[in-house]
Each structure stands twice: as C-alpha cells, then as structure tokens.
Design a protein around this ligand. Structure first.
Ligand code: GLU
Length: 290
C-alpha cells in the first residue's frame, strides 16, 4: 500500500490556507492512486475541541480519508521502540541543556545558526549522573552528518541542515521529528505533501528515516497562504476559518479551488485539471472579507 496523508496539529482552528494544503495533499494522493490517511499530531499543546472542528472543516470540503484516524498521543510505545533501536545502535544521548543554554552556547564551527551545538554529546557518566539529579534529560540523536539532501516535486533537490535533533523531550513525550518519521513509515506513507514552512525539516526527517531503515517518502512542499503584508496567514488576520468565512457567505471550497486554478465543485472533479507542475509556485495572498 502506498499512501499520502494530512497531519494537522489540533492546537487551534485550521485557516483557509491549512485547508488548501489539506486539499492539495488529497489531490496529490488520489491523482497517483494512493490511499489518503488522516493523522492527528497531538503531542503538543492541544486546544479542547480543536480536533473535532478541524476534522469537520476538512470533511466539509468533501475531502475523505481511508481507515481509522491515527492519534500520536496513543502511540507512545511505538516511539519508545524506535528510540530503543537507535539507542542500541549507539545513536542516542541524554541532553540536559535548557533552551537558554542552547541559545547562549557558542556555536560550533560549520554548524548553521540554530543547530544544537553538541554540548551534552560527550558528557562523562559522572557528569550525566550529576546533571540528571538536577533536571530530567531529553534524548538526542547522535547525528554523523550535518546536512542531507532530499528531492521535492516542487522545489527540486534541496539540501538542508541536520543536527543532533531531539528524539524524546524532557517531559518524556516523543519529539515531533521522531513521531512524524515513525508514523509515516508505520502507516505506509510514501508521499508527504505539506506547507513549505516544513521544507527545512525534510532533510533531518529523511536522515532519521534512513537510520531507522525506512525509505524516504517523496515530498511536495506546497506554497503557503499569506496575508496582504506577505506574512504567513494567521488567525489574527481576520475571518480566515471555514466557519468565519461561511458566516460571511463565502463558499470556501470554490475559493480554495480558484486559488489553485482548478475547476470543479468537488475534490474528485478537481482531479481532472490537477497536476503538480500546473500549481502556482508562489504563495497565495489571501485577503479576508470584512
Ligand atoms: N503537524 C504538522 C503541522 O500541523 C505537520 C507535520 C507534517 O505534515 O509533517 O504543522
């Protein structure tokens, strides 16, 4: 089985740009004969009711999905098993750094800004014990590359930074990058379509997948919706959610289809005019109605 997916985080309501990404993920999957899966990425801050509203919004556009919804919060043992395998391969070390320590640490030569500088990589056992008494450790990947290259259907070849990324946060919960990689592999997802703000995450995720023995998915990082100032669209930009727009008499499906230069009144009808190479390659400027 080959699959595409949409993987929203229920931290708030989806805006019309997120819905556009969901529709694109569906179109990429269905136009290539893949099943389409829905995964709720609820390891982080969850807003009560958001999951249900997000799923209702997606459904209301006529986007359907196959099988059961997968929730990351229910998959702790699967993530632990992956961490266990990496640990056995000598790929994991505990990290006691606070955010502030990381921000203030001198960066190592050749590492891009924002990369983890490796402070806890070579701590002795005695140092680890001493630090562990002070605060719980996160677990980091011992990466042996500092960049990795991926192929993207829209961006071509993209090379980006890889550092000693967090695998398990210090509250014991799996980190985003690990969960995404483990779940995509477990669910047979071999096509990842998502917003292009995540393009820079693809190299580290592919590298991690490789270490875990999984094939890399194909990627299509699609342009985001932006406000009139060219910034990423956000809730504060006004009427941007499905219900807000519908309250103002706007047909959200028609709006999104038009923004993609696609013709039809259902997702299935759009398939006729859909093709990755025909997609607008620039961000979609969305002007909220009054
Ligand atoms: N859950 C992530 C988000 O909503 C998407 C992760 C992904 O598609 O890989 O931003």
């Amino acid at each position: 089985m080959t699959a595409g997916r949409f993987a929203p985080s229920p931290s708030g309501d989806l805006h019309v740009g997120n819905l556009r990404t969901a529709l694109l993920a569906w179109l990429f999957a269905r136009s290539t004969g893949r099943v389409f899966l829905m995964r709720v990425e609820d390891l982080d801050r969850v807003r009560p009711g958001a999951e249900q509203r997000q799923l209702d919004d997606v459904r209301s556009l006529g986007i359907d999905w196959d099988g059961e919804i997968v929730r990351q919060s229910e998959r702790h043992p699967v993530y632990e098993e992956a961490i266990e395998r990496l640990t056995e391969a000598g790929r994991v070390y505990p990290c006691f750094c606070t955010r502030r320590e990381i921000r203030e640490a001198p960066s190592a030569p050749h590492t891009p800004p924002g990369s983890y500088p490796g402070t806890c990589r070579e701590l002795t056992e005695a140092e680890r014990e001493r630090r562990a008494a002070e605060r719980p450790a996160a677990l980091r990947l011992r990466a042996d590359v500092d960049e990795w290259t991926v192929d993207d259907e829209l961006h071509g070849t993209f090379t980006g930074a890889v550092d000693d990324l967090v695998l398990r946060r210090n509250d014991g919960v799996a980190a985003y990058n690990l969960a995404v990689v483990v779940d995509d592999a477990a669910q047979g997802v071999d096509q990842v379509v998502r917003g292009d703000d995540l393009l820079t995450s693809a190299p580290r995720q592919t590298y991690l997948a490789t270490l875990l023995g999984h094939d890399a998915p194909t990627y299509a990082h699609v342009p985001l919706a932006v406000n009139t100032a060219g910034q990423r669209l956000a809730k504060r930009d006004g009427a941007v959610t499905r219900t807000e727009l519908e309250d103002r008499g706007i047909d959200v499906f028609a709006l999104v289809a038009e923004s993609l230069d696609l013709v039809g009144t259902t997702p299935a009808e759009l398939l006729t005019s859909f093709g990755p190479q025909r997609l607008p390659s620039h961000p979609w400027t969305f002007v909220p109605p009054d």
